[in-house]
Design a protein around this ligand. Structure first.
Ligand code: CA
Length: 429
């Protein structure tokens, strides 16, 4: 059997060399054909699909046709990926292999059946992407050493930059699942309590320090029972795939509210994710070692396998007066200190249970250089070094009308495994 990541694979569906969605990727998403793009008489519904070039392949329809499937179970009938996530790695691999085979240039089934092809292969610009997963639980980590060091240096000085626990455990907080939105959803500038250092009392109003955080996240596949930790060597069996995450942040609200329990209203107004979930299987060729961990973590966080991935990550900003987005950050997932496996092992070590579709985000992924900083807070060093944009504008933090975009991909030999993008426009308070 040919590996689904073989660089030599080609699809009968046209794929540009710089497309995020070649046959080696096959990321999963949920789409709707409602609204003006729906065919006459078509009822709006949510379907599971995989992206291929500029098209989406309808897995819900293919499953109903019997063209894909495992043992008669329906994985794609409910308009979300949750059932499929719960199925586990052997089902994921089988469905991925079947889908890859159907799309290959040397497979006639779809290639030569124009009727079936018209039913199951739709242009991406004719569908609307929705949240791919019903997300029950959301946790956000703080796993970039460079990000934690930058923020710690700004607020506590270089000698106390990292808190004493940071090199021993992946710090996190429990976030808000209900306000996770799909790419393209506008974000309203939140209002809240802030207090300037010199002010005698707090005041209330729109945040003045609206920021983004460049992150990735992973969706939990099979869950775990309450009381039963997931050992690190089995963690990857519970990780389905990854998305891009923008953890919108209101820095002035955060500064006043965060002590002693961490972020709350500064983060819960919106978190944006990319619509396509890239399966770990597609990222396997890009597995690489992460940063050296010194001191060595405790036993339950130790792993002998390299568990990072070489994924280039970009942030772009487009203000109301700009015609094209301008890149302001270039970072890489491989800079992240704590791995996804360590995050999952740590999260469950108490016996905290996981459910299929829980989202665990990385924390801001900053790299070692100035251009690889993953937030405005760091890029402008708390607003003291504004970013200059083409056209002469400057930014310290995000203004109303600004559009923030994140993109990411792993570069293979003649193909790229990409995430598409996560974007959002800031609306006035
Ligand atoms: Ca964050």
């Amino acid at each position: 059997m040919t590996s689904t990541t073989d660089p030599a694979l080609r699809s009968f569906v046209p794929v540009a060399p710089d497309s995020d969605f070649p046959i080696q990727n096959l990321p999963y998403g949920v789409f709707e054909t409602s609204g003006p793009t729906a065919a006459p008489g078509e009822t709006p519904d949510a379907r599971v699909g995989v992206a291929i070039g500029d098209h989406v392949l309808d897995l819900t329809a293919l499953e109903a046709h019997g063209a894909i499937g495992t043992g008669g179970r329906r994985w794609f009938g409910e308009g979300s990926l949750n059932a499929f996530l719960s199925a586990g790695r052997s089902v994921w691999s089988e469905i991925r292999s079947q889908t890859s085979t159907l799309l290959r240039e040397d497979t006639a089934t779809l290639r030569d059946d124009s009727t079936l092809r018209a039913q199951v292969l739709r242009p991406l610009n004719a569908v609307r992407m929705t949240l791919p997963v019903r997300i029950g639980g959301y946790t956000d980590f703080y796993s970039s050493r460079e990000h934690a060091t930058n923020v710690g240096t700004m607020f506590r000085g270089a000698e106390n930059a990292l808190m004493p626990n940071w090199l021993h455990l992946p710090v996190a907080y429990h976030g808000r699942a209900s306000s996770i939105v799909v790419s393209g959803t506008p974000v309203r500038r939140p209002r809240g309590q802030t207090k300037a250092d010199e002010a005698p009392a707090p005041s209330f109003g729109p945040t003045r320090l609206l920021d983004f955080e460049l992150e990735t996240g992973f969706f939990v596949g099979p869950g775990s029972a309450l009381g039963e930790p997931i050992p690190i060597e089995r963690a990857e069996e519970h990780i389905f795939g990854m998305v891009l995450v923008n953890d919108w942040s209101a820095r002035d609200i955060q500064k006043w509210e965060y002590q002693p329990l961490g972020p709350f209203l500064a983060k819960n107004f919106a978190t944006s994710i990319s619509p396509w979930v890239v399966p770990l299987e597609a990222l396997e060729p890009f597995r690489c070692p992460g940063p050296v961990q010194e001191p060595e973590p405790l036993e339950y966080l130790r792993s002998t396998r390299p568990q990072s991935y070489d994924i280039r990550l970009e942030v772009l900003l487009k203000t109301k007066t700009m015609s094209t987005p301008h890149r302001i950050t270039l970072s890489n997932f491989k800079h992240l200190y704590w791995t996804m496996a360590q995050q999952l092992a740590h999260h469950t070590i108490t016996g905290c249970n996981m459910h299929p579709g829980d989202l665990l985000a990385s924390g801001t992924i900053s790299g070692p250089t100035k251009e690889s900083r993953g937030s405005m807070l760091e890029l402008t060093w708390r607003g003291t070094e504004p970013i200059s944009l083409p056209g002469g504008e400057e930014r310290k933090f995000l203004l109303d009308g600004d559009e923030l975009l994140m993109r990411g991909y792993a570069q293979g030999d003649g193909y790229r495994v990409g995430f598409g993008e996560v974007s959002g426009v800031i609306l006035p308070s």
